[in-house]
Design a protein around this ligand. Structure first.
Ligand SMILES: [Zn+2]
Length: 407
């Protein structure tokens, strides 16, 4: 049978989403499939059944990532990998992650039922511990790409156990984690479909976003000096108010980010001594910037550093994650997939990190976004229409078929 007969069974995809959505549902709505909880493991087991029913051989690696494999025609080629996660934040939604895994299964089911084998094997991976409920997040893809920081094992998780104990209770053998590692080049490419989480596609009524890259971020800590003094007796022109300086800087972050076309946010602020009748003597803030082009963030950082210098503030960068640029080849294949599926699309960056960030360390990656209502995620109000889900799976199917031809 030919590739042309491959079609996504949309009803089946939405049925599986609904069935998975019966696992870990809290009383007041929202999902509690936190990493390695019983509900998470139950959800993973169900998804493995769906993988088998779609013609895949299923294994679990040492990080408990579920891997469903549908063989290709040429055993010498590395697989095309489609992945995401089915764990949730507490009171999370049923689409963030789950849609990516189940639409991958829908793609393989389409091939399987049409009796088609691509050149490359297709692997669907349901990664473990993606949400940062597990310390650091993206546990499964970090282990797979040799980027797991073992110090996190001693951190305490939401159950009160250490992460090590939490993993061991779920059946992970810590000493054997390295067995899940994969080598550079061991996959031909990695594609992840995800709800958009930004609200652009929903607002503009666009079916698909093809992701040009995942923005990097940098986080900074600043301390603004001042002189604590009586708020009643000190005249306005005799004050050295640390919070006024922090406020000026906060506006500078907004204006600088806007000017450079990136996003910048002052997210925390601590006022010392912090009393209504005392002029602030010291203020500590943290802020972050995110953007796709590291050189643009460099420029914004330089400007804000000089603003901080003028205000006599300390300026400390404490976290830096470089951006991930999508493979032009995979983006091209996914765009062609959208056209073949008759779907309108835009090419856009991702403001959030995903398992794709890690997989980019071992193979070319790209992502597809589908619209979710008002861009809301990590919430019980997270929702994507059945039609949006099916459109995403259709774009993914045709994109994967294109990719298989091109590489
Ligand atoms: Zn996610």
């Amino acid at each position: 049978m030919a590739l042309e007969t491959c079609t996504i069974d949309g009803d089946r995809l939405n049925f599986e989403l609904a069935e998975l959505g019966k696992i870990g549902l809290g009383e007041e709505g929202g999902y509690y499939r936190e990493a390695f909880s019983q509900a998470d493991m139950d959800g993973r087991a169900l998804v493995e059944v769906y993988m088998k029913e779609a013609g895949m051989a299923v294994t679990r690696d040492a990080a408990l990532n579920s891997v469903g494999r549908y063989e290709g025609q040429d055993e010498s080629l590395p697989p095309i990998v489609i992945g995401s996660h089915t764990d949730t934040v507490p009171r999370g939604g049923n689409y963030d992650g789950a849609l990516g895994v189940l639409s991958g299964i829908a793609v393989v089911r389409a091939l399987f039922l049409a009796g088609v084998r691509l050149k490359h094997a297709v692997e669907i991976i349901n990664f473990t511990g993606e949400e940062a409920v597990a310390p650091g997040g993206t546990f499964g893809s970090r282990v797979m790409t040799k980027h797991f920081n073992e110090e996190l094992l001693e951190q305490t998780v939401y159950t009160g156990d250490t992460f090590r104990e939490h993993l061991e209770k779920a059946g992970v053998i810590i000493e054997k984690l390295a067995a899940a590692e994969r080598l550079q080049g061991s996959a031909a490419g990695y594609v992840e479909l995800h709800i958009e989480q930004g609200g652009i596609l929903d607002e503009e009524n666009i079916s698909i976003g093809v992701v040009s890259g995942i923005v990097g971020f940098r986080r900074y800590r600043l301390v603004f000096p001042g002189t604590a003094n009586h708020a009643g007796t000190t005249p306005m022109d005799k004050r050295d108010d640390a919070l006024i300086k922090a406020a000026r800087f906060t506006l500078a972050v907004k204006e600088t980010a806007e000017r450079h076309g990136i996003v910048g946010t002052v997210g925390t602020l601590q006022v010392d001594p912090g009393a209504p009748n005392v002029i602030p003597g010291s203020v500590e803030i943290t802020f972050e910037m995110r953007g796709l082009d590291d050189s643009v963030i460099d420029a914004a950082q330089k400007e804000l550093k000089s603003s901080a210098d003028e205000l006599k503030a300390s300026f400390d960068k404490y976290s830096h994650k470089p951006s991930v640029i999508s493979s032009t080849e995979i983006v091209g294949a996914l765009e062609e997939g959208c056209r073949k599926a008759g779907l309108d699309y835009i090419v856009m960056p991702s403001g959030a990190g995903h398992d794709a960030n890690l997989m980019a360390r071992i193979c070319p990656v790209a992502m597809l976004f589908v619209p979710n209502r008002d861009g809301i995620s990590h919430s019980k109000d997270e929702y994507a229409t059945p039609e949006a889900c099916v459109n995403g799976a259709r774009a993914l199917l045709h994109g994967i078929i294109e990719l298989d031809k091109q590489i």
